[in-house]
Ligand binder design. Structure first.
Ligand code: NAD
Length: 395
């Protein structure tokens, strides 16, 4: 059996393997951080996994601060409060510790603390990132505790604009952490719902990247192997959270999804973003709900590609076989089939649907969908996902 320990330098330095959290003091020294701010979310802050990690810093006599006022879908006030703590504590770097929420906010604190312009000026639009003072960005060591977003290897952070209820992607190359410690033991405590939701997020990243138009064979290669790892390991990690090999493979799949989605994302994310921002649903689980509806919608544009993918994974029946396998996997993981199963008491009137469709078509991910996501199409996809009707083709 292959030993699940290795060193990767792509896309950044990843110290991968069970127990490697013990290298945190060394990783901080390698990143040039002497006085870190440890950023996590309030749920994790109460768990032993945080206490044992902080003990490593205590034992190494590293002075640090802790900031955990981070909402599941982080908002600007979290960022403002975090920056205040960062500055007050004279910190010189960040340990971003957690799922996507803790990781993103930690990364954004390191990025934004030294900037003079508002964070919204660095949204992932054109070359807006060049507006940032690159020298003022503090180094980041990222430690994922979920296996989904892949934010630990990404150059972006997601933050919700509270006034407009929109999720904004902030981009800068230096948002990429200097060092990642990917220790699957840290993910063992994830409850099944979070294991499923985050794992399906990794799947959605790989799938949408693979289906996005454009030439990027490197991303395609990473995406298909990531999808194979999800099919083989997510049900195992869900059924037995202590299955360390399954946890390790899911941690790889998460990083692979984020590495692959530099190629693009698509309508799963375009619809999931407004739903997450308006209803505060879990990001990965929301992606999982939309997946089969979007796959059916994109069929004509991706049928051949998906057949190739199915053959690689060992799923029979080409596109149809793959679509069936997605539904089976969702069922096995307890993913809600229709939107009202995810959002209890959901009652969307025409105006609300129109708002979501309008938000979806301008979401930055919409451009990566292999079939143009028109307003009409977004409305149809929304209706399908409310009715639980997997149907339709984009052409
Ligand atoms: P999360 O970070 O919001 O965490 C979900 C819940 O799981 C929290 O309650 C947390 O306390 C708990 N948790 C995390 N690790 C745990 C562990 N090991 N044991 C027990 N409980 C644990 O969830 P997520 O899905 O990892 O991240 C979602 C966020 O990431 C969203 O805000 C989303 O927009 C963002 N995101 C960012 C990117 C990116 O590229 N930067 C990509 C996708 C999503």
């Amino acid at each position: 059996m292959t030993k699940l320990v290795s060193k990767w330098n792509y896309p950044t330095t990843v110290r991968f393997g069970a127990g490697r959290i013990s290298e945190l003091p060394d990783a901080l020294a390698a990143a040039g951080i002497k006085r870190p701010l440890f950023v996590t979310d309030p749920g994790l802050a109460k768990l032993p996994v945080v206490a044992s990690t902080l003990k490593l810093l205590d034992d190494a006599r590293i002075p640090y601060g802790v900031f955990s006022d981070v909402k599941p879908n982080p908002v600007e006030s979290n960022l403002t409060a975090g920056i205040e703590v960062f500055k007050k504590g004279k910190h010189d770097g960040v340990i971003a510790f957690g799922g996507g929420s803790g990781l993103d906010l930690g990364k954004l604190i390191a990025f934004q603390a030294g900037q003079t312009r508002p964070v919204w000026d660095f949204e992932d639009i054109g070359d807006w990132w060049t507006r940032a003072n690159s020298d003022a960005i503090a180094p980041i060591v990222a430690v994922p505790t979920t296996a989904g977003t892949g934010s630990e290897v990404g150059r972006a952070g997601v933050i919700t604009h509270e006034e407009t209820h929109t999720k904004k992607v902030i981009f800068h190359p230096k948002l990429l952490p200097a060092i990642v410690i990917a220790d699957p033991e840290l993910t063992v405590g994830m409850p099944p719902f979070i294991t499923a939701g985050t794992g399906m997020d990794a799947f959605a990243h790989c799938l949408e990247a693979y289906c996005a138009p454009g030439y990027h064979p490197m991303a395609d290669g990473i995406a298909i192997e990531g999808i194979r790892l999800v099919f083989e390991n997510l049900p195992r990690a869900y059924a037995n959270g202590k299955d360390l090999a399954a946890r390790a493979h899911m941690m790889s799949a998460a990083a692979m999804g984020a590495a692959a989605f530099q190629k693009g994302l698509g309508a799963i994310h375009s619809l999931s973003h407004p739903i997450g921002a308006l209803y505060d649903t879990h990001h990965g689980m929301t992606n999982a709900v939309f997946m089969p509806y979007v796959l059916a919608f994109n069929r004509d544009a991706v049928e051949e590609r998906i057949a190739r993918l199915a053959a690689y994974i060992g799923i029979k029946g080409g596109f149809d076989g793959f679509a069936k396998a997605v539904l089976k996997l969702r069922k096995e993981l307890g993913v809600p089939h229709a939107l009202p199963d995810l959002i209890k008491g959901l009652d969307m009137d025409k105006k609300r649907k129109a708002l979501i469709a309008d938000m979806a078509i301008v979401d930055p991910t919409a451009g990566g969908n292999p079939v143009k996501l028109t307003r009409k199409a977004a409305l149809a996809l929304l209706d399908n996902s409310i009715a639980g009707a997997v149907q339709g083709s984009g052409r």
